[in-house]
Design a protein around this ligand. Structure first.
Ligand code: NAP
Length: 327
């Protein structure tokens, strides 16, 4: 089968697909035929430098999520032919991930789904919607009358969060780096677009908000905390600002009294949460926004677009040969 195999940090222009054996099934692991996978900012970081961390076994096939069909359920309760999604838990990092035609995954990382979405739209769901869902509902405890500020609104995660929050009826404000996606943001129902080219919006925002989803991350979290209403919550989920930690952060002075700072980590999905999320998506007839769709063979093109932030939202890579004919 075809796979993208990484030995160490690799430049985009040196990437190519290789032929490797289909993995052999073992107890408690499930073999999934990959139909498509969504691309993630973290996969670019992994390929560029994180992979060199000695804790990761190499060679490794990257890719932290996929959608597909159970090819061999092994000793699990799943059946051949089940429609599944898979994400995280070490996928594409400590064991081989989705950039291949068949992927062997721990049973606990594979979730059955019952959905009206086609494969390409379903491929936009696993990591991005699970993270948006967890950040908004578990961490920010989002309610329909809340005002929500999303910093980094044009990332795939930002767009998914806009869609979920607008379905609920929230007032949604977003920060973006330019006006090039304004048409899409307006179409999605965003109430206020704030252009932020300096990682600071204190002079551009006149209202305080109930909830903040931080996708720019530690770079702007200290400022975001000051923009919260009393009782407000800020959830730091992204690291688009390329600052990974809060250094010299004084919680006593920097978290306003009666406000809360939390974070979300998508590493621990469960079937219960996936079912809850898929039911919401179905009930609200949510169709995820797709940025660009690529064929698995065009590895340099999609990896370059991911690295340069040119996927125009959620990038999807189609692996299955029949599905590729549709793009
Ligand atoms: N905590 C978790 O478990 C978890 C899970 C998933 C993702 N994440 C994180 O969430 C963030 C979003 O992930 P993603 O996969 O959705 O990213 P993505 O779609 O690859 O986001 C890229 C886009 O974000 C925008 N952007 C980049 N830097 C920005 C900045 N400094 N300020 C504002 N916007 C910026 C750019 O849009 P424009 O070109 O329009 O400016 C860029 O095209 C990433 O940092 C990712 O690592 C965290």
């Amino acid at each position: 089968m075809k796979a993208l195999v990484l030995e160490s940090s690799t430049k985009v222009e040196d990437l190519k697909l290789s032929d490797i054996d289909i993995p052999k099934v073992k107890d408690d692991w499930v073999l999934v035929k990959v139909m498509a996978f969504g691309m993630n900012h973290s996969e670019a970081l992994f390929r560029q430098f994180e992979i060199d961390n000695p804790t990761f076994n190499k060679p490794v096939v990257p890719g932290i999520e996929c959608v597909g069909i159970v090819e061999d359920p092994s000793n699990s309760d799943l059946s051949k032919g089940d429609k599944v999604i898979a994400l995280m838990g070490g996928m594409g990092r400590t064991f081989n991930g989705s950039y291949e035609e068949y992927v062997l995954l721990p049973r606990k990382n594979v979730f059955k789904v019952n959905t009206k979405l086609d494969w390409i739209h379903l491929a936009a769901i696993p990591e991005t919607y699970f993270t948006a869902w967890g950040s908004l509902f578990e961490c920010l405890q989002l309610k329909e009358n809340d005002s929500l500020l999303i910093r980094g609104g044009t990332s795939a995660l930002g767009i998914a969060s806009i869609i979920l929050a607008k379905s609920l009826g929230c007032r949604v404000l977003v920060t973006v780096r330019s006006d090039k996606h304004n048409e899409l943001l307006e179409y999605l129902g965003v109430d206020k677009i704030i252009i932020d080219t300096e990682n600071s919006i204190k002079d551009k925002i006149v209202e305080k908000v109930d909830k903040i989803l931080e996708l720019v991350g530690p770079l702007t979290v200290p400022e975001s905390l000051k923009l919260l209403n009393k009782g407000g919550i800020c959830c730091s989920t992204g690291i688009l600002g390329n600052v990974f930690t809060l250094d010299k952060f004084d919680p006593i002075k920097e978290i306003p009294n009666g406000c809360y700072l939390t974070g979300f980590y998508s590493n621990y999905p469960t079937q219960e949460i996936i079912d809850e999320m898929m039911t919401f998506i179905d009930d609200y007839e949510i169709i995820p926004e797709i940025g660009k769709v690529y064929s698995f063979d065009d590895v340099i093109e999609y990896s370059r677009d991911l690295e340069n932030g040119k996927t125009n939202g959620k990038g999807i890579v189609v692996v299955d040969k029949e599905l590729k004919k549709q793009i």
